[in-house]
Design a protein around this ligand. Structure first.
Ligand code: COA
Length: 324
């Protein structure tokens, strides 16, 4: 017998305001046609003035708790994956903790940019498996619209705001790949590539927030290779094969990356949950947003094998195999 962390509820939240490609084309030299053809993105959601990452995170968390039928008081661990916390400190997770009315438990943030949710999920899984936590809220939440240079057409068309959350609960499993819950995860980072995707400011350097900068073509080149490798590695760690996967739940950066990665694994694109067209790249929020979408529309069924994956600034990348 072994301790497993099982996802028992999901939730997500998108700000009300939608920004379409056509609206962006009125601001910078781009077109709906270019954005759709190169990225698959058609629209993105943008947080309202005064609506912060912690608000988005709390809304997703409430929905996940409701879906799980669990009261916030039962949660003993909150991890928020974000690169856009409301303030430099305190951690966004403690703000969410307070907004949920909790006064106990452990709450902290993880920053691995677009891979943040995979990192946070892996940390929460490790804490549950070792008995350091029993019921965890793992949240990915971002307001990337506030980090964008709205005059840089190479980046401002790619990102959006949103949040997603899961509730993890400790359960007992047999230790086999047929168990429900998180079966395996693998994480990687390589700081040699810091300058391909970064923010040109920070509390400890310029004293300003800064704006997102990216060499898109080079990021793209690394993405397909790294993601396919870590997905294969994670499946092997769980003693599973690509053909066992019911749904790939990928980080939603670019439709062409999703297509390229699926092809490398020999999986049809029909088995990949795609939300990039409606949400764009919501960084750490994109995997739990896609997961919640496919759970709520009924695509994901009990005992389906899910393969979650993401890559982001650093570079950081990772994957997790989850039996639903
Ligand atoms: N509208 C119109 N033209 C644009 C544009 C836009 N929004 N953005 C860039 N271009 C132009 C470029 O200026 C370039 O013009 P040039 O050839 O005259 O210099 C041309 O389009 C091609 O640019 P390139 O960067 O080679 O395009 P691409 O096919 O690589 O697509 C990205 C650009 C950004 C969409 C793509 O590289 C990408 O998605 N990269 C990965 C980004 C990513 O996933 N980041 C997050 C990871 S977490």
């Amino acid at each position: 017998m072994t301790r497993r962390a099982r996802i028992v509820g999901t939730g997500s939240y998108l700000p009300q305001t939608i920004l379409t490609n056509a609206e962006l084309a009125a601001r910078v030299d781009t077109s709906d046609e270019w954005i759709v053809e190169r990225t698959g993105i058609r629209q993105r959601h943008i947080a309202a003035e005064g609506e912060f990452t912690s608000d988005l995170a709390t809304a997703a968390a409430r929905r996940a708790l409701e879906a799980a039928g669990i009261d916030a008081a039962q949660v003993d661990l909150i991890i928020v994956a974000t690169a856009t916390p409301d303030q430099t400190f305190p951690a966004c997770a403690t703000v969410v903790q307070h907004k949920l009315g909790m006064t106990a438990g452990v709450a902290f943030d993880v920053n691995a940019v677009c891979s943040g949710f995979l990192y946070a999920l892996s940390v929460a899984d490790a804490m549950i498996v070792t008995g350091a936590a029993n019921t965890a809220l793992v949240i990915g939440a971002e307001t990337f619209s506030r980090l964008l240079d709205w005059e840089d057409r190479g980046t401002c068309v790619l990102f959006g705001d949103g949040s997603g959350a899961v509730v993890l609960r400790a359960e007992t499993g047999s230790g086999a790949a047929t168990d429900r819950g998180i079966l395996a995860h693998r994480l990687h980072s390589d700081g040699r590539y810091n300058d391909l995707l970064y923010v040109d400011g920070g509390a400890g350097s310029t004293g300003t927030v800064g704006k997102l900068r990216m060499k898109g073509r080079e990021v793209f080149r690394h993405a397909v290779t790294n993601l396919a490798a870590v997905m294969t590695e994670t499946l092997a760690a769980a003693d599973l094969k690509a053909e066992d996967v019911a749904w790939v739940i990928p980080h939603q950066a670019n439709l062409r990356i999703l297509q390229g990665t699926a092809k490398k694994l020999g999986l049809p694109i029909e088995r990949v949950v795609v939300t990039v067209d409606r949400h764009a790249n919501t960084s750490a929020a994109s995997v739990p947003l896609a997961l919640d979408t496919a759970v709520r529309d009924g695509r994901i069924k009990p005992f389906d094998l899910l393969l979650l994956e993401a890559m982001g600034g650093g570079f950081t990348w990772g994957a997790a195999a989850v039996r639903w």
